[in-house]
Design a protein. Structure first.
Length: 247
């Protein structure tokens, strides 16, 4: 579903992303980790087509993001750290608007919006104005806008930032359901960027760690934590080792 090869991004003399390559298949939930400024968000923005790469290639559901950007974008649902919401709109109206922007056919929009609201637990607040919702529900609306066109791939940047413990648990459960849904719904490939290591342990099956714009680790969570190893310690060792090699 995702094939990234040699993704590189330069800003003048600054190398923000340095030849990052990875793949993710159907149903994968990948935790994308790294210190602040490591290049996580830049990489995610390149994969979603919001930012051009300096070098490298990437395919989303078989569509090259540089040669077939519209088809690639249709295969992606993106939740940035700050959800792209219109606080003056109600939930249902906003999702209909997003479905239109994402080229959901007119005859399918109603069902697409209803399905997204149902999966995200928004049916009871669909007539509520977004600006009057709690942060947890606004985050659910953000996820709903990412899945309303039923994309193959979801890219989520800090999906639980600023939420209380109950809201965090609810959003984590929702993400797990999106990757392995009930019968009749599509299972999405999910790339999840977060600073919360417990979140990766609770949701993800694979972990990619980047530091200084480079991939320094890519393996399954089970492999990383076998023998009782703590993800926090693995993360610190990987980042420290890379810093020492760079020095």
């Amino acid at each position: 579903m995702i094939e990234a090869s040699g993704i590189t991004k330069r800003y003048g003399d600054i190398l923000a992303v340095d030849h990052v390559s990875f793949t993710a298949g159907a149903g994968d939930v990948v935790g994308f980790l790294g210190p602040n400024g490591a290049g996580k968000t830049t990489t995610m923005r390149i994969l979603t087509g919001f930012l051009p790469a300096t070098d490298g290639t990437a395919k989303i559901d078989g569509h090259d993001i540089f040669e077939a950007p519209l088809a690639a974008r249709r295969a992606i649902g993106y939740l940035p750290e700050t959800p792209p919401l219109y606080p003056e709109m109600d939930v249902q109206g906003y999702l209909h608007y997003v479905a239109k922007l994402k080229d959901v056919p007119r005859g399918q929009r109603h069902d697409a919006v209803e399905r997204a609201m149902q999966r995200c637990g928004l049916a009871d607040v669909k007539r509520r104005v977004i600006g009057q919702l709690s942060k947890g529900f606004r985050q659910r609306v953000g996820i709903a806008q990412a899945i309303v066109h039923d994309p193959a791939v979801l890219i989520l940047d800090e999906p639980t930032v600023g939420l209380d413990p109950i809201q965090i648990r609810e959003i984590r459960s929702l993400i797990r359901d999106l990757a392995a849904p009930r019968e009749g719904a599509r299972g999405h490939t999910i790339v999840l960027s977060t600073h919360i290591l417990a979140e990766v342990e609770a949701i993800c099956r694979r972990v990619i760690i980047i530091n200084r714009g480079r991939k320094v680790l890519d393996t399954t969570l089970a492999e990383l934590t076998k023998g009782g190893a703590r993800l926090e310690d693995v993360f610190a060792r990987a980042a420290l080792r890379d810093d020492e090699e760079a020095a």
